[in-house]
Write a protein that binds this ligand. Structure first.
Ligand code: SAM
Length: 260
């Protein structure tokens, strides 16, 4: 009977693939993958020469949701055909990745074995490269368009990660740079919580071994001027420290705040 395991290739496939993911890719009867860079593709194809890229489902102007449905359909099709299938998605396969969760949900609903293994996400790389510990101030993590759309309340005493600013307000795929003419809308929303002079970082983890990440620190107001790509993630440090609630300190029996 067919089954599905979804693994992550990490951001830098050569270095981030876990031993468990490598074993699953090698032993699968069918490998499907969504990994953008040529070195990553090469690594996967060497592990399993029959590996099939699903990147062709991305087409300029096609709604991203259509592409995701095609990926889900292809994963389900292979499993229903009786193949032990391994799907590889870049980063962590369950982080900002709708088709992976949905394929697992649908297959389990049909009685098939389907599971996900963790991988190294862009946010994991960000924590390492920018020296950010989410335990220190907490961490808010939002998709850029959803942030502006749903108007999630931000707490400027908490660190903030904004995903996909380089595809702001886009629901279709583009192989070129996206039209970011609506980016001022994101800036305007962020400026309701953060001063325009607050230093933020446009971050891109390196996808290749031995290469440095991009970490451009800029005042928030310059967000609309700097280049943003499909690999950009934005990091906004807290503006000020949170103050512990004296009554809570007493109730918890703590002498002072626990964060260093
Ligand atoms: N599953 C991926 C992960 O675990 O990191 C995330 C996929 S999400 C569809 C795409 C977004 O991830 C990008 O818009 C960007 O915010 C972030 N991202 C992808 N590659 C990145 C990189 N090399 N450096 C920083 N952020 C990256």
């Amino acid at each position: 009977k067919g089954s599905l395991v979804i693994v992550g290739s990490g951001i830098n496939t050569t270095c981030h693939l876990t031993q468990e993911a490598i074993a699953r890719i090698k032993s699968a009867e069918k490998v499907l993958y969504v990994v953008g860079d040529p070195i990553g593709k090469n690594v996967i194809s060497r592990l399993n020469p029959e590996a099939e890229s699903m990147a062709s489902f991305y087409e300029p102007g096609k709604p991203r949701m259509t592409t995701y449905e095609q990926m889900i359909a292809r994963m389900v099709e292979c499993v229903v055909a009786g193949l032990r299938t391994c799907a590889v998605f870049y980063g962590h396969p369950g982080v900002f990745a709708y088709p992976t969760h949905e394929a697992i949900r649908r297959l389990r609903g049909q009685g098939y074995q389907a599971r996900m293994l963790p991988g190294i996400s862009a946010e994991d790389c960000l924590f390492a490269d920018l020296g950010v510990d989410p335990a220190q101030h907490g961490c808010q993590s939002y998709e850029a368009t959803q942030l502006a759309l749903y108007r999630y309340k931000l707490d400027p005493t908490v660190a903030l990660v904004v995903w996909q600013p380089g595809a702001f307000a886009q629901h279709t795929y583009s192989a070129e740079e996206y039209d970011l003419s609506r980016l001022p809308e994101l800036l305007a929303y962020l400026s309701e919580f953060y001063p325009l002079e607050h230093e933020v970082c446009v971050y891109e983890a390196s996808i290749f071994p031995e290469c440095e990440p991009r970490a451009d620190w800029i005042p928030l107001r310059r967000l609309v001027e700097v280049p943003l790509t499909s690999a950009s993630t934005m990091y906004v440090p807290p503006v000020r420290r949170a103050v512990p609630d004296p009554a809570a300190l007493e109730r918890l029996g703590l002498p002072v705040a626990t964060s260093p």
